[in-house]
Design a protein around this ligand. Structure first.
Ligand code: ADP
Ligand code: LRH
Length: 466
């Protein structure tokens, strides 16, 4: 199978296999992905991503299927001929400024949460669509990014459920589109295509000699959570660590309490009807954007080694502050954030990197503890998957900050989850998530970090409240 995994920092096509005691993914093609600023807007290069995806699938050789997952919330609009109306806009674009409060005057936050269970983030699809205004009149269909690519491959229109659940237009309990909510905020329900479950065969790709295209857990985080190698019966939390840190728990049903709303936790749909109860933590974005500001992205491993030798917790910031959301000069924003809490950003690049990693680990602590408190479920171990599992300092600091062991890996969890769901759709005997996770445990490298108890994380947290 080919697993196409489009992250906000890179896209990759992986060739994967799954069978009894066998699960592999091998990178065939990787290409950078980032926002493209053109005029007043920040876009994705969607046609470039489609071209790279096709090239990667062709390079992968003989295949039984292909599945596509990507970052959530963003979309393309189609006209009534099925042609793309405009270039998809990046979720870090500023067009939704002021929109959430306008929407709140029509639908109260409590009611919105009751229906959709979604965390308030300025870039939720609902807010992006409201910001389109009259442009929506020209549109007949909305397709989220993987659904758009699936449509281009197969001609079939639909909305895969895990990603649909990130739009804030999906009724998390009824498991349908929240059509009346959409109408109330001015979004025509005709835009919302039929829902499909992960594991559905979408169609065949004419351009790829009739290759079957499978709807996987098309939200990258949903695919990553499938490949969390949790052992049965453990009280585990997960952190899907990449551009974002998606930190939380797998639940059997949505948690829509006042406490969940106050903690700004999301209830996204997972594979096999599970709920991903998690918070978006700002993630390694702040680190990669800092390296971009310094023009040295290739220095990451060396800078992390140097940061590990700098003093821990010399300065910490609230990494979830919205100031860190848009692209830009992160070191200046870190300095400003330190000043507002009576601290100084230590000088030197290694110390700045240490501040970012410590602050991210501290945000992991807040999110995991809030998840446990709000759900009433203890957390005995954290599985950290995704690119962040390559960052030893982050894994150790997360174990230290949270006070529980961190099991790091697999790095390519989203691609593995993509392969596993495809394999089942194509006939492999993987009856449930437990069977899939057992296969991940059996075949993938996982590294354990014990909490070291060497630094005072509670005191560091208190500094942020000064
Ligand atoms: P996304 O899917 O959001 O694009 P990934 O899961 O690919 O994100 O993770 C990307 C992140 O992984 C990078 O921002 C970087 O911080 C981290 N990373 C990648 N390679 C390394 C490495 N060699 N050492 C430490 N961290 C790494
Ligand atoms: C991670 C992710 C996350 C979303 C964000 C937009 O790649 O899909 O789950 O909230 O991107």
């Amino acid at each position: 199978m080919a697993a196409v995994d489009l992250g906000a920092s890179s896209g990759r096509v992986m060739a994967g296999t799954a069978g009894p005691s066998q699960l592999t993914v091998e990178e065939v093609r990787r290409f950078p992905n980032s926002g493209v600023r053109a005029g007043p807007a920040l876009y994705w290069d969607i046609l470039g991503l489609y071209r790279e995806t096709l090239a990667g699938i062709r390079e992968a050789g003989r295949l039984d299927g292909v599945g596509i997952d990507s970052w959530a919330v963003d979309y393309g609009l189609l006209d009534d001929r099925g042609a793309l109306l405009g270039n998809p806009v990046h979720y870090r674009d500023s067009r939704t400024e002021g929109v959430p409060s306008r929407v709140a005057s029509k639908v109260a936050a409590r009611e919105l949460y009751d229906v959709t269970g979604l965390q308030q983030l300025p870039f939720n699809t609902l807010y992006q669509l409201v910001s389109e205004g009259a442009r929506l009149e020209a549109a007949s269909t909305l397709l989220l990014i993987p659904d758009l690519l699936n449509y281009w491959l197969t001609g079939s229109i639909g909305a895969e459920r895990t990603n649909a659940s990130t739009t804030q237009l999906y009724d998390v309990r009824a498991r349908t589109w929240a059509a009346s909510l959409a109408s109330r905020v001015g979004i025509p329900p005709r835009l919302l295509p039929p829902l499909r479950d992960p594991g559905t065969v979408v169609g065949t790709a004419a351009e790829l000699s009739g290759l079957p295209v499978v709807a996987v857990g098309s939200h990258d985080t949903a695919s990553a959570v499938v490949a969390v190698p949790a052992a049965p019966g453990t009280n585990f939390a997960y952190i899907s660590s990449g551009t974002w840190s998606l930190a939380g728990l797998e639940l059997p049903a949505p948690e829509l309490s006042d406490a969940a709303l106050a903690a700004n936790f999301t209830n996204e749909g997972g594979v096999d009807g599970t709920i991903r109860f998690l918070r978006n933590v700002m993630g390694l974005w702040v680190l990669s954007e800092t390296l971009r500001t310094w023009s040295c992205p290739e220095d990451l491993p060396a800078l992390l080694t140097a940061a590990a030798a700098s003093p821990a917790l010399a300065a910490v910031v609230d990494i979830d502050d919205p100031a860190f959301l848009p692209p830009g000069d992160m070191p200046s924003r870190l300095s400003a954030a330190c000043r507002t809490t009576g601290q100084r950003l230590p000088s030197g690049r290694a110390a700045v990197v240490r501040c970012i990693v410590d602050s991210l680990a501290l945000a992991h602590r807040r999110a995991i503890r809030a998840a446990a408190r709000v759900s009433g479920r203890p957390v005995d171990v954290i599985h950290l998957v995704g690119g962040g599992a390559r960052n030893e300092l982050l894994c150790q600091s997360t174990a230290d900050a949270c006070g529980v062991p961190v099991l790091a890996g697999p790095v390519e969890a989203a691609a593995l989850g993509n392969v596993l769901v495809q394999a089942r759709a194509l006939g492999e005997d993987l009856p449930d998530l437990a069977a899939m996770r057992a296969l991940v445990r059996e075949t993938q490298e996982i590294r354990r970090y014990e909490p070291s108890g060497t630094a005072d994380w509670a005191a560091a947290e208190a500094r942020l409240h000064r």
